[in-house]
Structure formats: structure tokens, C-alpha cells
Design a protein around this ligand. Structure first.
Ligand SMILES: *Cc1c(COP(=O)(O)O)cnc(C)c1O
Length: 378
């Protein structure tokens, strides 16, 4: 017997994914990579690598930048560059990369709870977690919501701690007039295909001040096996260089990223207009003095009028993929749960069970946003 299919004539004709990689016109990319067939310089800090590094330093309004093969290795090597040992205070409400970068450097993560209204680390709770072994704080500008950096700075200064921001979500953001990548001792950006700005895979470490060029030089060496001269290997580095094909993609995408962020804002505003007054649905509140990049569309359900998992399933039935981002929290992962209790960070635990990120990307039409909102509200 033929399966009776539901009428699929309703919009959308294709599945809607939570994100869609942004690309330049093919010809634009072709033009740049053609040169690579001429000069055969494919990786190891070639001309596109050097040009992208310069352009990103300007675009991000930072003191300096070093490029990497991906955001995760950028973070691992930023942590390594500071020669830390002991405990690192961080947030459990993040992507696996943040916690892993700490552990893979032989350091111990200490989880601090987050703020209800923007999901960033709760700076008020950091001091209570500091011990004589604490060496650093690694906060996350989660969903592009910039942390309470003034308070974090003050705590770090008074206790002699390093601050490294996971700014993977915060590409192109500013607070006041300052590029977000100037905060703390260093910041990591991700240029993964799913991020606002991509180099296919890629990442960077940025900083405000590096007067002797020490940090830049160390990061440059770490990503190239710790090699310091023709016959010298000074550091236990790895291989984390950005290749020329990725750098070329970055140069193309950088031409378009402002327009992409404007389109994302259109989508973001439409969600807020449609769902802003619905009981049982809450939006996060970024700082008022920041520019947001509209990378994500997180919504928090109350668990009574709306059940997160139920909304997720109802969207899925209509071929719309949202994401339980972030669920579970890092302190509940299989690889960490034996050492932590997620109940110690109750706000993060609760939000992880009630948050959903909805589809957002520059080409998402208003009609699709409206449909998603209708399905959510039923
Ligand atoms: C994407 C992401 C990373 C890792 O970046 P990759 O470029 O994928 O290695 C780290 N932290 C957060 C919060 C991220 O979203």
C-alpha cells in the first residue's frame, strides 16, 4: 500500500537548517586560487595568509592577530603560549572546544555558573572559585554576547590571573568603539564554515598589546612545530597553520561579511518581532554598549507553556532543524561527568535544558521565519 504522505505543498520546499555556510561567487574564489597554480605556494604562511592576517587585524580593530588552521587549535596554542599551570576558571555553557583546550593543556577546568540574562560567565561568582592554584580565566562571549569584561579584568588584575576569551561567536563585534578581540590578554576567533565569517576551517588569536612582539612570535612558532630556526626547535609546538586555500576564502568572504551581518539582523529582528510578546518565550539580552553580529538566534522556553524538546521535535517534523545549543553542559559530558556535578552550576544546567537556537543565516527568507514562529507558537 502506498504510503499516504502529508501534503508537502506547504512552504518550505526544502529542509531549513540551523545555519548555512556563506560563500562568495565561485568566480571570485577561482580568481584568487588560480595564482596558487602559478606559484605553487600552498601553505606555510604564503601571500594570502599574510594578506588576510593584515586585513583581519584592521577589520577586527585589534592590536595584533595570528592565524590558525581552526579556532580550537588557536585556543589551545593561546593557552600554551602563556605557559600556564594549575586551575582555569571557565564556563560550562559553551562548545566542547573551550573545555577541551584547557584539559589538553594539562590544566584543570573549574566551572563557574552563568548569568540568566545573557548566558555569559557570572563574574560575581568567579572570586569564590579562586584558589592558590588558579592561573587563568577563560570566559566565552557566548552567542556573541560580550562578557562583563570590566569585572573580569578587575578580578584578574587583583589576583594576577591571565584572561583568554573564547570569542569564537563574536566575529566583527565591538564594545564602545573597541574591537572585542582586544579584551583580556588574548582572544580566540573561529572561522569555521558554520560561523558568521568563514575560511572553510580557520581561526585566529588576537590581542591588544604585545609591545615586544613576544606573543605573536611565540604563537607563530607554536603553530609551526615550535621551530625557531633552520637548526633549532625551541618549543613543543604542533601543526596549526592556515593554508592558502583557506586564506583565499577568507579574503573573498571578508568583502561580503558586513552585508551578511545586515541580512542576519533582518532575520533576528523578525524573530523578535514575531515571538517577542509570546508568554513562555524569552530572548537573551546582550550588553547595550555592544554591536552584535547576529550569529545565533537563541530562545529560552519556560518549560511549562513551552517544552524545549517538544518544540525541537515539532520543528523537525516539518523538516526544520533547530539545535539544542548548548546541551549538555561541559560538566555533564561523558568524559567529564565523573569529576564534576552539573548541579553545581544550576543556572547553566537549567538553561541548557530549555534553550534552542533557531535557524538563522543571510538567505533565510522572512516567510521561513514566519513559518518557524507559527510552528513554535502552534
Ligand atoms: C566553533 C567554536 C569553537 C571552535 O572553533 P573551530 O574553528 O570549530 O575549531 C570554540 N569555541 C566555541 C564557543 C565555538 O563555537
Amino acid at each position: 500500500m502506498a504510503e499516504v504522505k502529508e501534503n508537502k505543498n506547504t512552504y518550505p520546499p526544502e529542509p531549513i537548517t540551523v545555519t548555512k555556510a556563506s560563500l562568495p561567487e565561485f568566480g571570485e574564489y577561482e580568481e584568487l586560487i588560480k595564482k596558487l597554480w602559478e606559484n605553487r605556494w600552498l601553505t606555510n604562511m604564503g601571500m594570502y595568509h599574510e594578506e588576510l592576517k593584515k586585513r583581519l587585524r584592521d577589520y577586527l580593530k585589534v592590536g595584533g592577530a595570528e592565524l590558525f588552521v581552526n579556532g580550537h587549535m588557536a585556543l589551545e596554542m593561546a593557552v600554551q603560549a602563556f605557559g600556564l599551570s594549575g586551575e582555569v576558571i571557565t564556563t560550562p555553557f559553551t562548545f566542547a572546544s573551550t573545555t577541551h583546550a584547557i584539559v589538553r593543556n594539562g590544566l584543570k577546568p573549574v566551572f563557574c555558573d552563568i548569568r540568566e540574562d545573557d548566558c555569559t560567565i557570572d563574574a560575581e561568582m568567579i572570586e569564590g572559585l579562586i584558589t592558590e592554584d588558579t592561573c587563568a580565566i577563560i570566559p566565552v562571549h557566548v552567542y556573541g554576547n560580550i562578557c562583563e569584561y570590566e569585572k573580569i579584568d578587575e578580578i584578574a588584575k587583583s589576583h594576577g590571573l591571565k584572561v583568554i576569551y573564547d570569542a569564537a561567536h563574536a566575529f566583527g563585534e565591538t564594545v564602545g568603539d573597541m574591537g572585542v578581540g582586544n579584551l583580556g590578554d588574548a582572544s580566540m576567533f573561529s572561522f569555521h564554515a558554520t560561523k558568521v565569517f568563514n575560511t572553510i576551517e580557520g581561526g585566529a588569536v588576537t590581542w591588544r598589546k604585545d609591545p615586544e612582539g613576544e606573543l605573536e612570535s611565540k604563537l607563530y612558532k607554536l603553530k609551526n612545530f615550535g621551530i625557531t630556526g633552520k637548526e633549532a626547535v625551541e618549543y613543543v609546538g604542533g601543526n596549526a597553520k592556515m593554508n592558502e586555500f583557506c586564506a583565499a576564502m577568507g579574503l573573498c568572504n571578508l568583502r561580503h561579511v558586513d552585508r551578511w551581518m545586515e541580512e542576519r539582523k533582518r532575520v533576528f529582528d523578525r524573530y523578535r518581532k514575531n515571538l517577542g510578546r509570546v508568554n513562555g518565550i524569552r530572548f537573551l539580552e546582550p550588553r547595550e554598549d555592544q554591536k552584535l553580529n547576529f550569529a545565533y538566534m537563541p530562545v529560552v522556553f519556560d518549560g511549562e507553556i513551552f517544552d524545549r524538546d517538544d518544540v525541537y521535535e515539532r520543528l523537525l517534523e516539518r523538516d526544520i532543524l533547530s539545535r539544542k545549543y548548548f546541551y549538555p553542559c561541559a560538566n555533564a559530558y561523558d568524559c567529564y561527568r565523573d569529576f564534576y556535578d552539573a548541579k553545581d552550576t544550576p543556572v547553566a544546567l537549567n538553561i541548557s535544558k530549555n534553550i534552542l537556537t533557531l535557524p538563522i543565516y543571510p538567505e533565510l527568507p522572512d516567510e521561513s521565519v514566519d513559518l518557524i514562529c507559527e510552528i513554535i507558537t502552534g
